[in-house]
Design a protein around this ligand. Structure first.
Ligand code: RP5
Length: 163
């Protein structure tokens, strides 16, 4: 069976960031595929990927890119699947360029934009799982357990001086 989440990124240099999305999906027991798909270096591949995703069983696309980060928006232009955009921290502008490129979509084609960098990728994985969990109660229970464990971890160690 095809994985329900597709993680794409503009360059292999994005992987250290996007790996956090994959790690979160692993934690929650959600399968995914990973691929470098560049909007400007491999535009035909991007169109093929986005157009075929729904037919292949993908339910959510996570797209990470840095700089002039048009990958999430271009992917969203070719599919009605939800696209979650992760702004990768760029060398020149620390990801502000990536953030604005992904967030400022003109009305009519939606991209859900996460935070810049590792936290954004982690939350993209979490949000993708939450979307899938609207029709999967077992996954919803795993997400609830993850959140409860996170809460317990904070409550168990309120003094920041005790590592
Ligand atoms: C974007 O350009 C990629 O998403 C990456 O964040 C950035 C730099 O790519 P490389 O020059 O490292 O391949 O397309």
């Amino acid at each position: 069976m095809t994985a329900p989440v597709g993680i794409i990124m503009g360059s292999k240099s994005d992987w250290p960031t996007m790996q956090h999305a994959a790690d979160m999906l692993d934690t929650l027991g959600v399968t995914y595929e990973v691929k470098v798909v560049s909007a400007h270096r491999t535009p035909d591949l991007l169109f093929d990927y986005a157009k075929s995703a729904q037919g292949r069983g993908i339910k959510v696309i996570i797209a990470g890119a840095g700089g002039a980060a048009h990958l999430p928006g271009m992917a969203a232009s070719q599919t009605s699947l939800p696209v979650l955009g992760v702004p990768v921290k760029s060398r020149a502008l620390n990801g502000i360029d990536s953030l604005l490129s992904i967030a400022q979509m003109p009305g009519g084609v939606a991209v859900g934009t996460l935070a810049i960098g590792d936290a954004g990728a982690k939350n993209a994985g979490l949000l993708a799982a939450q979307i899938l969990a609207t029709s999967d109660n077992e996954l919803l229970a795993r997400i609830d357990a993850f959140r409860n464990q996170q809460t317990e971890t904070v409550l168990a160690q309120p003094d920041p001086r005790n590592a």
